[in-house]
Design a protein around this ligand. Structure first.
Ligand SMILES: Cc1ncc(COP(=O)(O)O)c(C=O)c1O
Length: 356
């Protein structure tokens, strides 16, 4: 089955084989070595040569993001949330669930947030401590202007927390140069591991600052796993086999290089978009804002998503429904994972047959 949903993705034979490295107790030195290897490789891939640290956490991306969000804001201060899709809205839900006051700036789902509006909001409200934004809004396949948001956030002396769960490895992001303080990712999207581990990349001084904030939860308070990781251990049971797979997936990523992975995804997205154009399909997001890994397409008149999905699945391809308000009118095609030109060519041929 070729997975054209935005994760979990098709993994390589190498990554799948890593799952069978063997049973292991997470309190043994072999796991300490594995944990250390994963942390070092995450920093090498995404924040090389700088004072960053990685905190891998057992759970899906939401868990890692909720850990970052709930650990970031000092009581009495606020989080500014940029909301132009389902995942921006979810950051707001997380913050408010943990009793963090939010200032929410909303844009339409196919609109790009305006950094000037963010700068104004920061100027008006000195209680805002952290700005939180999604890098690649998986809802639509739109990349937000993180570099520009980083500039205004830094100029105002605040911190920037980025959800790059569907961005890291697929679209360009420069944690150091773009003024990001905390960035959240997951194993099973553009990094091409399997589901079950998310991670937080953070500047070390930012984690030290978080350590002074009273914990809002037991499991999610980021300084706790980080302190354990620095002692080469974990506070709670880790998904050992998922760590094996992530370790292997990171080796593959570093061999391909992150830039190489980003270029491969961009080429795949271009191949698909040329094919969609030839089939007369409309893409919802303007060209300059499109990510390298998801295309949101308007459903052609008279075609319902369920029928399209089921017919394509019979041919071995899984596409993804439109999210929320786009459910009835759009569908999504992702190009994440260990797939090649041939796979996408076969998919376009199948889509042409099914639409006909
Ligand atoms: C941008 C973004 N944030 C958060 C999540 C949630 O991740 P998970 O489903 O792994 O919990 C996703 C999942 O698609 C995502 O794309």
């Amino acid at each position: 089955m070729i997975l054209l949903n935005p994760g979990p993705v098709n993994t390589s034979a190498r990554v799948t084989a890593a799952l069978a490295r063997g049973d292991l107790c997470h309190r043994e030195s072999e796991f300490s070595d594995l944990l250390e290897a994963v942390r070092v490789k995450l920093v090498r891939a995404f924040a090389p040569g700088s004072d960053w640290t990685a905190v891998p956490l057992t759970g899906s991306g939401t868990l890692a993001l909720e850990a970052a969000v709930s650990s970031s804001v000092t009581p009495g201060h606020k989080m500014l949330v940029v909301d132009n899709g389902v995942y921006g809205a979810r950051i707001r839900e997380m913050a408010e669930t943990h009793g963090i006051e939010t200032v929410v700036l909303e844009w339409g789902w196919t609109q790009r947030p305006d950094p000037e509006r963010i700068a104004e909001a920061l100027g008006r409200d000195s209680a805002i401590e952290v700005v939180a934004v999604v890098h690649h809004e998986t809802t639509t396949g739109l990349c937000n202007p993180i570099r520009e948001i980083g500039q205004v956030t830094r100029a105002a002396g605040r911190r920037l927390l980025v959800d790059s769960i569907s961005g890291l490895g697929g679209d360009p992001i420069d944690l150091e140069a773009w003024g990001i303080d905390v960035c959240v990712g997951v194993a099973n999207k553009c990094i091409q591991g399997i589901p079950g581990v998310g991670f937080v990349l953070a500047r070390r001084p930012e984690l030290e600052r978080m350590a002074g904030i009273p914990p809002r939860t037991v499991y999610l308070h980021l300084p706790r796993p980080h302190a354990a990781h620095e002692r080469r251990t974990v506070p709670f049971t880790a998904a050992v086999q998922v760590f094996y797979a992530l370790d292997e997936a990171l080796d593959e990523l570093l061999e391909e290089t992150v830039d190489g992975r980003v270029r491969r995804y961009a080429a795949a997205a271009n191949q698909l978009r040329d094919g969609f154009g030839a089939l007369g399909l409309e893409i919802l997001v303007p060209p300059a804002w499109r990510s390298n890994s998801i295309t949101t397409l308007r459903l052609p008149a008279g075609i319902r998503y369920a029928g399209l999905h089921d017919r394509l699945k019979e041919d071995g391809f899984v596409v993804y429904e439109g999210q929320g308000e786009l459910g009835a009118t759009a569908f999504r095609v992702a190009n994440m994972g260990a797939l090649d030109h041939e796979d996408f060519a076969r998919f376009l041929a199948a889509l042409e047959r099914v639409l006909a």
